[in-house]
Design a protein around this ligand. Structure first.
Ligand SMILES: [Zn+2]
Ligand SMILES: [Zn+2]
Length: 339
């Protein structure tokens, strides 16, 4: 076995470098993973552009990582060498803070983020905390599983926790990396699904993904169009766009909720009357816990929901990242490791 491995690190904000790093043994509570695939996610920009705080460079980005455990550190239970696992944005909860003790692993006070506070999956090898691992089903390829660990988990978890029941009207705002998965999950979960996106050319894709209705937010008032359909119980906001988000909020039924998943620079302005009359809610949702990650992967296998993927060799990570940032990826870029 090679004593070094290839990694694509960010040397300083805006500058990628291909390097070889020495192989290290996993520490306490860690496993070492031979990476097989890693998705390229918009949140990688936090590391690449240096917009997240508290990053020590050089840093390897990537938090949609699938690979096989090849060494297990002291204190690790329940995971074996040879097992195929996934690592997402949340790098493993501590188990003892007040939020962990209350079962809210997503809000753990002592949780780092993969590819931000420690090295991520743009590499042949990754050290990961065992408490953050997800289990990859045998009938899901590593490439297909990768985007489900962040884009999939985030949308699946938000839908599963949303106050909608089978048959309710659920709208997905944005049909991009997150939205194209959200539309499929919403359909397979038994909702009446509305896809909202800019441009009539998206209608065909929306239908193909399983949407019952399509609203072109560039041509129509999306809130009014939702109300014409009876009003949405839940709107998943998978893209940025403060103004349109505020517009869609008017299309929520009473007791409905808009759930924000896509990070954008613009503030979302809703009127207090729109919030109060009808008890409507506007809230965010941060990815999901590892058990929900396992469920995301199993549900994807059972339903056939899958990400549309373009694969790129690890060495071309900077180009893959640039394509994702330009908005031209259809829809998830996944790095593969050739050896
Ligand atoms: Zn992500
Ligand atoms: Zn904790």
């Amino acid at each position: 076995m090679s004593e070094t491995y290839k990694a694509i690190e960010v040397r300083k904000p805006g500058e990628f470098a291909e390097v070889r790093r020495p192989l290290r043994d996993p520490g306490h509570d860690q496993v070492r993973i031979r990476v097989e695939a890693c998705g390229v996610c918009h949140s990688d920009a936090g590391t690449v552009e240096g917009t997240f705080r508290d990053i020590t460079y050089p840093r390897v980005p990537g938090h949609e990582v699938v690979g096989r455990i090849d060494a297990v550190g002291s204190g690790v239970r329940g995971w074996q060498v040879g097992q195929r696992v996934g690592v997402g944005f949340l790098a493993g909860s501590c188990g003892y803070c007040e939020f962990c003790r209350g079962g809210e692993l997503v809000n753990c006070r002592n949780q780092e983020n993969t590819g931000i506070h420690h090295d991520g999956g743009y590499a042949e090898v990754l050290l990961a905390k065992a408490s953050g691992l997800m289990s990859i089903p045998d009938d899901l390829s590593s490439v297909d599983a990768a985007p489900l660990l962040c884009a999939g988990l985030t949308t699946f978890s938000a839908l599963r926790n949303a106050p909608a029941k089978a048959g309710d009207l659920v709208a997905i705002f944005g049909i991009g990396g997150l939205g194209h998965l959200a539309v499929q999950y919403a359909r397979y979960m038994g909702f009446e699904v509305v896809a909202i996106a800019r441009g009539a050319d998206k209608a065909e894709l929306a239908k193909k993904l399983g949407a019952h209705h399509f609203i072109d937010s560039a041509a129509t008032d999306a809130g009014a169009a939702l109300n014409k359909l009876g009003g949405a119980k839940v709107i998943l906001i998978t893209a940025s766009g403060g103004k349109t988000v505020a517009e869609t909020f008017k299309g929520l039924r009473p007791e409905g909720a808009s759930v924000v998943l896509g990070v954008g620079p613009e503030p979302i302005e809703t009127s207090s009357a729109d919030l109060i009359f009808g008890n409507r809610k506007l809230h965010g949702a941060l990815t999901g816990d590892p058990a929900t990650g396992d469920a995301t992967l199993r549900f994807s296998v059972l339903s056939g929901a899958s990400a549309m993927i373009e694969t790129v060799p690890l060495e071309q990570a900077p180009a893959a990242y640039a394509k994702m940032m330009s908005g031209k990826a259809r829809f998830r870029m996944v790095l593969t490791m050739g050896r």
